[in-house]
Design a binder for this molecule. Structure first.
Ligand SMILES: NC(=O)c1ccc[n+]([C@@H]2O[C@H](COP(=O)([O-])OP(=O)(O)OC[C@H]3O[C@@H](n4cnc5c(N)ncnc54)[C@H](O)[C@@H]3O)[C@@H](O)[C@H]2O)c1
Length: 332
């Protein structure tokens, strides 16, 4: 999937750390780096929500080093950052409902853990630190499409943690002259996204339901919209963010999306067509903390990072469905 190169430097001479590399987006970043012959790829993950199986097919790469460790431990962060040139920080506890149920756990990993890895990266003098923020920081802002400079108040503890990441990143870039870039992901989907557990996202849940004998549930009337973004586009944004030529004063937070929105009903119907299923979804109540509509303006990332998302939602759904059908049930 990652034949095309998004990097503009010779990565075979560079060492990378991917925190959360056993997770969905992290393992896709690892795949990109390994298939493009990065000199060394270190993963730091405690398998809280990720899986060793996500990295199983990359075990033949001698330059992959997996550290089972926790970003809440400064020692683990220091160890992982040793001799690293670039950090792609993905480790976090995702999910708005998880954070509503257990805000302390989400804060511990997403805020304290973030600060640990940022300090370790600073002390290791990494060249650039790119981290996963989230569209949830737009909170109650009514502006559409979402532009980076106009955010509202967070609507969940999870959104607070991602906003705090951005505040720390801003302060660290000014105080310690670190190069730090935050990427506000908008509903990323694709191969290796986990369909199991109470906090699974809509697309893998739908895939799982269409491929097995389970119900697919749509929260509310299903007319809420999202800027669903195929994971390859998110990988492109990360790699471009690592190497973009930026000047002091250029933006340090960027939307990562396609700038196209689709309702949950339409998404489900597209997936029904892709899968050849006749099964209808079951509607249930709305979820607390959910926003109604989400659409990104991606012109900042296009202009400063040279980000040019190639895969639209329909094509991404086909690739993802094929992966679930052919690989997921063998791979767990
Ligand atoms: N998937 C999305 O649509 C989306 C949207 C917005 C933001 N994000 C952010 O992107 C990042 C990656 O998300 P994902 O969808 O790949 O989720 P994921 O749960 O698949 O990956 C997160 C990874 O971090 C690891 N992790 C969790 N706590 C850790 C800890 N204390 N120490 C070390 N590792 C730890 C998990 O085991 C997992 O492998 C997260 O920061 C998430 O908040 C994702």
């Amino acid at each position: 999937m990652y034949k095309e190169a998004f990097h503009t430097q010779e990565i075979n001479k560079l060492n990378f750390l991917v925190t959360g590399g056993a997770g969905f987006i992290g393992s896709n970043l690892v795949e990109y780096l390994l298939t493009h012959q990065a000199a060394r790829v270190v993963v730091l993950d405690n398998y809280a929500t990720g899986f060793a199986a996500n990295l199983e097919s990359f075990k033949q790469y001698k330059n992959l080093e997996i550290i089972e460790g926790d970003i809440c431990s400064i020692e683990d962060c220091i160890k992982a950052c040793k001799n690293i040139d670039y950090v792609l920080h993905q480790a976090a506890l995702g999910s708005v409902p998880r954070s509503v149920e257990n805000p302390i756990a989400t804060n511990k990993v997403n805020v304290d853990g973030f600060l640990n890895i940022l300090v370790a990266a600073r002390d290791a003098k990494v060249k650039r630190f790119v981290y996963a923020s989230s569209s949830s920081v737009y909170g109650d802002s009514k502006t559409m499409p979402k532009v980076e400079s106009q955010i509202g108040k967070p609507l969940s503890p999870y959104a607070v943690t991602k906003l705090l990441n951005e505040l720390y990143a801003d302060v660290f870039s000014k105080t310690y002259q670190m190069e730090i870039i935050g990427l506000r992901y908008f509903n990323i989907f694709g191969p290796r996204q986990n369909p199991s557990g109470p906090y699974a996202a809509a697309i893998p849940l739908f895939m799982d339901a269409l491929l097995s004998d389970k119900n697919a549930y749509i929260n509310g009337d299903g007319e809420q919209t999202r800027d669903f973004t195929f994971v390859k586009n998110a990988v492109e944004a990360n790699i471009r963010a690592l190497f973009a030529t930026l000047k002091p004063g250029d933006p340090i937070v960027y939307n990562v999306a396609v700038s196209d929105r689709i309702s949950i009903n339409k998404l489900y119907n597209t997936l029904k067509t892709v899968s050849g299923s006749q099964k209808n979804a079951v509607h249930r109540g709305e979820r607390p903390g959910d926003i109604r509509d989400s659409l990104a303006d991606i012109s900042l990332a296009q202009r400063y990072l040279n980000y040019n998302p190639q895969i639209r939602v329909e094509e991404g759904l086909k690739i993802t469905f094929d992966w679930f059908k052919n690989e997921f049930y063998n791979h767990q």
